[in-house]
Design a protein around this ligand. Sequence first.
Ligand code: HEM
Ligand code: HEM
Length: 226
Amino acid sequence: MQKIKVWDLPVRFFHWLLVAVVVVAFYTMKTEGAPFDFPIEIHAKAGYIALGLLVFRWIWGVTGTHHARFSNFIYSPANTFRYLRSMLSGQGASYAGHNPLGGLAVLALLVSLSIQVLSGLFLSDDIFFNAPLYSYVSSDISSLMRKVHTWNSNALLVLIGLHLLALLVHSLKGEKLIGAMLTGYKNLPDAADEQPGREIKRHLNLWAALPLIVFAIGLVAWLWRI
Ligand code: HEM
Ligand code: HEM
């Protein structure tokens, strides 16, 4: 076995804060929103934080650490199909980062989440809340965005459900994926696709993330105040 640093601090922070704000966004729309007096405002603020996190993740997926990069977990259709077949026959190889199917699911989640936050920016609750871009578009565009926001929120729930189901299957097989998303480390068989030499260089990468994090926080703060 080899112990490999897989998820850097920014990716882990991104993930758990994203989970929290997505839960708040759904909670404030699917319930009465207690204890909040104006759940739509909390909904929008949770959505702005999600937007900042996604801006960070899309850029970090190109500039970030080895396993955070899309090039590390977006595989060709042939490779994904091969992985699916070997998984169904009970011989799926171990991957340090996301496996080919997991990578596809992550991409689908990121795309759906991005559609959700962007469409939200054009909405109004027809009572007192207007999102930042609502007044810049016609009512036709806004009602189209409303449909997108509603339809995509259901697609997002399906994707999250599949995500949790996949995690359950992996944990029944004894793979500690959740622990890895908390600590950053995975224990992998020596035959896994990665070698320890590829470990993340922690300090370098945290510094590299800093300007991006500052930019994302600035964006959220600006939206928050509009
Ligand atoms: C994680 C991101 C988000 C999620 C999961 C989410 C989810 C939802 C859901 C489930 C609804 C109810 C849809 C329906 O049943 O018709 C909704 C409505 C709405 N969302 Fe979002 N949303 C997100 C981001 C945003 C953002 C960034 C904004 C804008 C600032 C926004 C503004 C609205 C508005 C104005 C409504 C309509 C409220 C009403 O009709 O009273 N959402 N959202
Ligand atoms: C609102 C619900 C959730 C959303 C939107 C979500 C979204 C995501 C995303 C986008 C990633 C990719 C991370 C990256 O590379 O940046 C991911 C990975 C992951 N998530 Fe979640 N997640 C949710 C809930 C959860 C929960 C509740 C858990 C644990 C109980 C969890 C555990 C994980 C783990 C372990 C990974 C890494 C999977 C792997 O090793 O390939 N997620 N999630």
